[in-house]
Design a protein. Structure first.
Length: 169
C-alpha cells in the first residue's frame, strides 16, 4: 500500500499528518529534500517545515540531490523512515530527481510502503506528467529537463495553493 501525504504547506497540516502517520515520531528520521527551492527567491517554507518536523520529534537528515552522489542518495532514502520533498520549482525538482537517479529510488521506496510527504512541488512531481505546472512554475529554471514525464506514482494532478497563492504571487 502506498503511504503518501500531499499538501500545499506542511506546517499548516502537521497535526493532520500526525494522525495520518499513526506512529510515534520521536527519533524517526526524515530524508529532507529541499532541492526544488534552490532556484526560488521565496524559500521560508523550507525552514518552517524543518522546524515543524523537529517540534514533532523527527530527526532531519538533509539530502541535496543536485550535488549528492547516487550512493548517498540511495542510502539515505532507503535507510531513513520517511521521505519529504519541499516546494519550489517543480521543473527543476523533476530535472534533478531524474539526473541523480533519485526518482527511481523514491518510486521503489513508495511501492514498498515508505511514507512520502510532498509539499507543493513535492506533491505535483508525483503525477504522470507535470506539463500542467507551466501555468505556475517557470520551466526555464530547468534547462536540462528533457520531458515533462513525472514519477507517475499518483493518478491525479495536484494543484497546491489553488485558492491562495500568497506569498508566491
Amino acid at each position: 500500500m502506498k503511504n503518501i501525504f500531499l499538501c500545499s504547506s506542511f506546517s499548516e497540516v502537521a497535526s493532520i499528518f500526525e494522525t495520518f502517520a499513526g506512529v510515534e515520531n520521536k527519533g524517526k528520521i526524515i530524508t529532507f529534500i529541499a532541492t526544488a527551492s534552490l532556484v526560488e527567491e521565496v524559500t521560508f517554507y523550507v525552514d518552517t517545515a524543518k522546524k515543524t518536523f523537529e517540534k514533532m520529534g523527527f530527526i532531519i537528515d538533509e539530502l541535496e540531490i543536485s550535488t549528492a552522489k547516487y550512493s548517498e542518495i540511495k542510502e539515505k532514502i532507503q535507510q531513513n523512515d520517511f521521505i519529504y520533498i519541499s516546494g519550489g520549482n517543480t521543473f527543476f525538482l523533476l530535472q534533478e530527481l531524474k539526473k541523480s537517479g533519485a526518482d527511481t529510488i523514491i518510486i521503489e521506496e513508495i511501492k514498498k510502503g515508505k511514507t512520502y510527504i510532498g509539499e507543493s512541488a513535492g506533491s505535483m512531481v508525483l503525477s504522470s506528467n507535470i506539463e500542467y505546472v507551466t501555468l505556475m512554475d517557470d520551466v526555464a529554471k530547468a534547462p536540462e529537463l528533457q520531458s515533462f514525464v513525472g514519477l507517475d506514482v499518483i493518478d491525479f494532478y495536484p494543484v497546491p495553493h489553488y485558492t491562495n497563492f500568497f506569498p508566491f504571487c
